[in-house]
Design a binder for this molecule. Sequence first.
Ligand SMILES: Nc1ncnc2c1ncn2[C@@H]1O[C@H](COP(=O)(O)OP(=O)(O)O)[C@@H](O)[C@H]1O
Ligand SMILES: [Mg+2]
Length: 207
Amino acid sequence: MKSIMFYNSKGGSGKTTLAVNLAAYYAKAGIPTTIVDLDPQQSSMQWLDARPMSKPKVSGTKKFNKLVKRAKNAVVIYDLPAAIYGNKLTSYIKKANIVVVPVLPSPIDMKAAKEFIQSLRAMGSVIRNRVQIGLVANRCRAHTNIFLELDSYLLKEKGIKYVTAFRDNTNYLKSARSGLGIFEMGEAMTAQDREEWKPLIRWLGIK
Ligand SMILES: Nc1ncnc2c1ncn2[C@@H]1O[C@H](COP(=O)(O)OP(=O)(O)O)[C@@H](O)[C@H]1O
Ligand SMILES: [Mg+2]
């Protein structure tokens, strides 16, 4: 079983957006997929509510400890709220094999991401060695200076993988409204998004 957690201490960085899109991708690939929505705002659950019955099933729960029996190839995706720190964050991170940190290309967001990475490193070697951390830049407008700054900042962080960058684009608003993922929308319309997803999907692997 693979356990993937989306976290950033800042709200609005794209945790939910990426969590639900990844869930849709795995479900479409025939993998039993569950979203654990730990955010009181319940945005992932709202996406699930909007999801058409005809689409591959994504299970959802609000309970952190609910899942007991899971298939070997199952994927569990945790959508965390912002501003979780200390013991609570540690107890969440303990459940993860992989933590994906979406970062917006702004100085404030980069600083927050840096602090979060430092707090992960302070959690002790057991967690540090067991959990892989991947950063993804989100809502980028390519070729702006701030994007280049984020790019070089992310590349400098040792032991942290800079996986991919997602553009700012309205397909994600459509995804949120319709309960669909990028990979379930028109191919021509989402061609660039699919390219941007490839490195993350490859890095996460399927098993
Ligand atoms: N790559 C993107 N392009 C356009 N809009 C995005 C993108 N990523 C996220 N958004 C939008 O930004 C807002 C915040 O994203 P969300 O995933 O809810 O963040 P978080 O869960 O970290 O608080 C939402 O309205 C979402 O639709
Ligand atoms: Mg959210």
